[in-house]
Design a binder for this molecule. Structure first.
Ligand SMILES: [Zn+2]
Length: 58
């Protein structure tokens, strides 16, 4: 299985799993933000990340 990572536009952090994100409940669907700088993460990407288990070092 391919692992998804996303580099935050705001702070350049590598977002790798749910713990790197902040969930914000929206009216239709939750939105996701970078935990460090609160920059929005595209929902499609965030959905994938949240379904990944946290990994050790790779
Ligand atoms: Zn960020």
């Amino acid at each position: 299985m391919t692992r998804t990572t996303y580099t935050c536009d705001g702070c350049g952090a590598r977002l790798d799993n749910e713990k790197d994100l902040t969930k914000e409940d929206g009216r239709v669907r939750p939105s996701w933000k970078c935990r460090r700088c609160q920059t929005s993460v595209p929902p499609v990407v965030a959905e994938r990340l949240t379904h990944q288990k946290q990994h050790g070092r790779e």
